[in-house]
Write a protein that binds this ligand. Structure first.
Ligand SMILES: CC(=O)[C@@H](O)[C@H](O)COP(=O)(O)O
Ligand SMILES: NCC(=O)COP(=O)(O)O
Length: 262
């Protein structure tokens, strides 16, 4: 990686996931809403990066979106381009193609989804997944990308994630988001994530987080879980943008992050 737009150890960076913009766009053949325009507005509003998850069924992000966005990211050298997906399905082929075109690719987030999965709902497991992950992680790093592994908040798994060569883990936050409405469950979940983040950092990994984070649950998560390098947020953020617009929405999420560090 030539330069790292989201270095470890700084205030949490907001990466906007644009899957849901593409989902709406794909219901007609008109090209609206535009994924690249959404990316531009979010970056102008202060998003530190763009995330996409090109699923094999192309229900939202399509192959051309990856290249269109990578071209756009060339004009934003201090922002991060993060592509999520399963390295045993379509992800590595896309990553090779991005780099063959000389386009930026800062982070690959490996997610163990099945083809056609409704949405991501679990992380990698060690030692079961170790052997097959080693070569694809090595290849991703040779392509110049940081590698993050989507993981459940299980402290005992973090040494395994580091041993296979990952740079970071992305903690799967849906269980926290689902527990948020109930104060006792929320506290219990927060403690799980806090311990998982500390274990990851002790193993030498950076920590990202994502899935169902929103304006209500984000600040408390970042106040409690130490040293989160990046959050990727899509579903709730794009839903908010339908009401508030991209610019005000990105500002609102950045305020949630700022409040956690105040
Ligand atoms: C890994 C992760 O949590 C996100 O990529 C999430 O899966 C979003 O994907 P969808 O937008 O397809 O639900
Ligand atoms: N990695 C998580 C992500 O990119 C967005 O998840 P969500 O906010 O759409 O649930």
């Amino acid at each position: 990686m030539a330069s790292d737009p989201v270095p470890q150890g700084c205030k949490t960076a907001l990466s906007v996931n644009l899957n849901k913009v593409a989902l709406v766009r794909n219901t007609r053949h008109l090209g609206i809403p535009s994924v690249t325009k959404a990316a531009t507005l979010c970056l102008q509003a202060g998003a530190r990066g763009i995330t996409i998850h090109p699923r094999p069924d192309e229900r939202h992000i399509r192959r051309h979106d990856v290249f269109d966005l990578a071209e756009l990211m060339r004009d934003w050298p201090d922002r991060e381009f993060n592509i999520e997906g399963n390295p045993f399905h379509n992800l590595m082929d896309i990553a090779r193609d991005v780099r063959a075109r000389g386009l930026p690719l800062h982070q690959l987030t490996f997610v163990p989804d099945s083809e056609g999965q409704f949405t991501s709902d679990h992380g990698w497991a060690f030692p079961q997944d170790a052997q097959r992950l080693v070569p694809v992680i090595a290849e991703a790093k040779a392509l110049g990308a940081r590698v993050s592994l989507f993981m459940d908040p299980a402290p005992e798994q973090m040494i395994g994630a580091h041993a296979v060569g990952a740079d970071r883990v992305e903690l799967y936050t849906e269980p926290y988001a689902a527990a948020w409405v109930d104060p006792a469950s929320r506290a219990e979940q927060l403690e799980r994530y806090r311990r998982a983040a500390l274990a990851a950092q002790a193993a030498g990994l950076g920590v990202n987080a994502g899935h169902d984070l929103n304006r209500d649950n984000l600040t408390e998560f970042l106040r409690t879980v130490p040293g989160v390098d990046e959050v990727s947020i899509g579903h709730a953020l794009i839903a908010d943008a339908l009401e508030l617009g991209y610019v005000d929405t990105v500002s609102a999420y950045n305020r949630c992050i700022d409040q956690a560090f105040a």
